[in-house]
Design a protein around this ligand. Structure first.
Ligand code: MN
Ligand code: MN
Length: 265
């Protein structure tokens, strides 16, 4: 079973708020009559029982990071693959922590304009600019492969070297590059990896990114046992035409499809 959990959380964003509204907007776009429920591979996502919408996590009391970690852990003990929807990128650290408890050290494919490897950002070690520094420090990943990166500072290059991160910078991208992982694999998709022309609804516009098609191709072609994924950093407050919501819904469908493929392998 695949569980989908909405994560309406953007308190660790450094520049703008908004990704907390993403789960709702992505669901609306997903259910919109402007498209249908079929993935490109031909799977009908309206079929009952192939995946489950676990709703949105309620961040009402307690530490949001441990609340999220516990909720993911709860879904994983039921042997579900888990796809989280929305939130800023800070959520990936507690989510991956829960996955690593179940699976041990993971392969992580991280698609983003940013490496998110800051030791600390504006005094916050749990900022959305830091999740992969925490993940690597705690040795939650056996491999971290980053693609789409086009904002590396000197500090982040040093962090990448220190942690042995495999980076495919956007400037060096070509469409023959393929990803193959041995063992449990987690995919973290920051929608700002995609060019602002296709995805204006993000907090940090970083031109020179992927086309929508390129990222869909990466999702569809990655080899490995995909056990979980996230779709983060969609900011509906910046999405005047609703185009990014439709893109997020499309990516959601293809991520679900890819998780279903692993489930049946
Ligand atoms: Mn990010
Ligand atoms: Mn980013």
């Amino acid at each position: 079973m695949i569980s989908v959990l909405g994560v309406p959380f953007d308190a660790a964003s450094s520049f703008l708020r908004g990704p907390a509204q993403a789960p709702n907007e992505i669901r609306k776009a997903f259910h919109s009559n402007s498209s249908n429920y079929f993935t490109e591979r031909g799977i009908d996502l309206s079929e009952i029982g192939i995946w489950l919408d676990a709703g949105d996590l309620a961040f009402d009391a307690g530490n949001p990071l441990s609340l999220l970690e516990n909720s993911i852990q709860n879904l994983l003990t039921q042997d579900h693959r888990v796809l989280t929807l929305g939130g800023d990128h800070s959520i990936t650290y507690p989510v991956v922590k829960a996955f690593a408890k179940k699976y041990g050290r993971l392969n992580i494919l991280h698609i983003d304009a940013h490496a998110d490897l800051y030791d600390s950002f504006e005094g916050d070690k749990y900022s959305h600019a830091c999740p992969f520094a925490r993940i690597m420090e705690e040795e939650l990943a056996v491999r971290l492969v980053q693609v789409g990166i086009r904002t590396l500072s000197k500090h982040q290059r040093e962090q990448a070297t220190r942690f042995g991160v495999e980076i495919f910078e956007m400037k060096d991208w070509n469409n023959t590059i393929q990803f193959h992982f041995q063992g449990p694999t987690y995919l973290s998709l920051d929608i700002d990896a995609i060019d602002s022309a296709f995805a204006p609804g993000v907090s940090h516009h970083e031109p020179g990114g992927f086309t929508s098609r390129e990222v869909i191709n990466i999702i569809q072609s990655v080899k490995g046992n995909l056990v979980g994924a996230d779709l983060v950093e969609f900011n509906p407050t910046r999405d005047a035409s609703g185009i990014t919501a439709m893109l997020a819904a499309k990516l959601f469908k293809e991520l679900l499809d890819r998780l279903l493929l692993s489930e049946n392998e």
